[in-house]
Design a binder for this molecule. Structure first.
Ligand SMILES: CC(C)(COP(=O)(O)OP(=O)(O)OC[C@H]1O[C@@H](n2cnc3c(N)ncnc32)[C@H](O)[C@@H]1OP(=O)(O)O)[C@@H](O)C(=O)NCCC(=O)NCCS
Length: 186
């Protein structure tokens, strides 16, 4: 989905731009994705699982995000660099179209500056302006206090927990937690 860029001022005074991804972002966005998954255990891949993920595949993904009526991806840009992305995807099936799912990831150097809050503000506005959407949903891995802090700030609550859903390389077993927000409660 294409949209007009929006601007926010971050906690450190810098300007944040939230804009659609562009084809010219492909190389940088690929580097962002590989780096971001290496900086936390709370995303679903390890960097070595990205070896076959090429610039061409990233380009196709960007094209899908731009052209899809059911996905809106916000690219967070600070000082001309990609700091992260956040995405909302709308279901289209009759039985599911009251639900939308959300994902977000930022590079570590940009955590805690308010980018997550800015993206969530825009995601919730987007969902509110789409007919029939009632539930916003996301998954978060046990122990991700920063993400859960962001989600609780925006009114999400825990609705399910799946034990042993995530197994880290060192054998640590973690729950996957489903959180949701009912839009009527805003
Ligand atoms: C999780 C993530 C998206 C949060 O974004 P962020 O820009 O760092 O979040 P913000 O700075 O907007 O903070 C949002 C709120 O979270 C809460 N918060 C921030 N840091 C926190 C912490 N360490 N522990 C608990 N809550 C915290 C606060 O309520 C904060 O709001 P406030 O600044 O108004 O008090 C980001 O840190 C990230 O990309 N992490 C790695 C990838 C990831 O975990 N993605 C989510 C997968 S489910």
């Amino acid at each position: 989905m294409l949209f007009e860029p929006t601007e926010y001022i971050l906690k450190d005074g810098r300007k944040l731009i939230l804009r659609p991804a562009r084809e010219s972002d492909a190389q940088e966005m690929l580097a962002f994705r590989i780096k971001s998954i290496g900086e936390t255990d709370f995303l679903l891949q390890y960097p070595e699982e990205m070896t076959d993920y090429t610039v061409e595949k990233q380009l196709k993904f960007i094209d899908r995000m731009i052209n899809s009526e059911n996905d809106k991806m916000f690219t967070a840009v600070v000082d001309g660099k990609i700091a992260g992305t956040g995405q909302i995807s709308f279901n289209t099936r009759i039985k599911l179209k009251h639900r939308a799912s959300i994902g977000i990831a930022l590079l570590k150097e940009y955590w805690g500056l308010g980018i997550g809050s800015a993206i969530f503000t825009e995601i919730i506005k987007t969902a509110q302006s789409r007919d029939g959407v009632e539930l916003l949903e996301l998954e978060v891995i046990e122990g991700n206090g920063r993400a859960m802090g962001l989600y609780k700030k925006f009114g999400f609550e825990i609705v399910a927990q799946k034990p042993d859903a995530i197994r880290l390389k060192d054998g640590t077993s973690l729950k996957e937690i489903t959180m949701h927000k009912r839009l009527q409660e805003i």
